[in-house]
Design a protein around this ligand. Sequence first.
Ligand code: M6R
Length: 367
Amino acid sequence: EKGGFDHFMLKEIFEQPQTIFDSLRGRLDPVQQSITLSGVDKIADKLLAANRIIIVACGTSWHAGLLAEYVLEELCRINVEVEYASEFRYRNPIITDKDVIIAVSQSGETADTLVAIENAKKQGATIFGLVNVVGSSIARMSDAGAYTHAGPEIGVASTKAFTAQLAVLYLLALKVAKLKGTIDTTLYHRLMTDLAKVPEYVQEILDEQDAIIKEVAAKYSDARDFLFLGRGYNFPIALEGALKLKEISYIHAEGYPAAEMKHGPIALVDDQLPVVFVATKDSYHEKIVSNIQEIKARKGKVIAVVSQGDNVAAGLADDVMVVPLVHEVIAPILSVIPLQLLSYYIGVNRGLDVDKPRNLAKSVTVE
Ligand code: M6R
């Protein structure tokens, strides 16, 4: 049942070329340059007239939502808020019929997310569900939606569901941007082309980096704390990297926007602290390079996820995990893969039950 893998988590990490492909299949047509998402068509008038989009989710799904905020605001020029479902539902938020809520949930059963959309619906908002489990409560509660086609995710730590969420959120952003006319043709084509190739790129990472990451993991498995830093599109990936590591390895880890480290976390840096930089090439790459230099100057150990061919960031880091060079908007769906593997191998090295970490449930159906 684990298909020859030691754990479901590893099996699910390695399934991602297929699950991302499945989530794009029949939807993304890079030749015709078209995107089919019937759920978006169904509420297109609402989406185009929306004052704002509110993304509601928990945990890893919230991280997918945070990335979607960056992408939707950039490509569609719509105001986007990202809310922890548990906070949103209890704080009497201001919601009108001009709001579109996107609920992101693997299980479709997370209690806080479900009640949050139930409340928003009562106040007139339109609900779009991005869910993996077909027929689940959140899917049924939604006015429209799109399924991620990740297949059943058994590992408690979400991996393939996350990348499937990103794949569909990219499709949604591209489709809405096209409908609104907020994206120029060159960028639209470029992003579609890169997105269509993501399954191949993920395969390349798995083929070429797995053994390297296993060695990196061996070096850091006894660390007490970890810091994960990223900027822009890679900031949500830093948060996700930290969450994955704490779930699986029980190592304390924090994710931060790279530039925020100077406002506090830099006090933690010494020669014992591994700092993971999600540092793929983007428009502010030199900024994260100088953040890496700041950590090195304080003798921190730097592990960097870098784009192929980037000798500058790679040259500064103690350990490097390489991903193919793609457009900065698409890069996060690749940069998360090495972080999943890193957490997995550290958890295994520590002798832990990576598929069922202590205290965690696959879906949190109680608040
Ligand atoms: O099923 P959902 O996507 O609604 O679940 C949300 C979170 O409980 C979930 O992502 C959790 O954070 C995972 N264990 C993360 O790996």
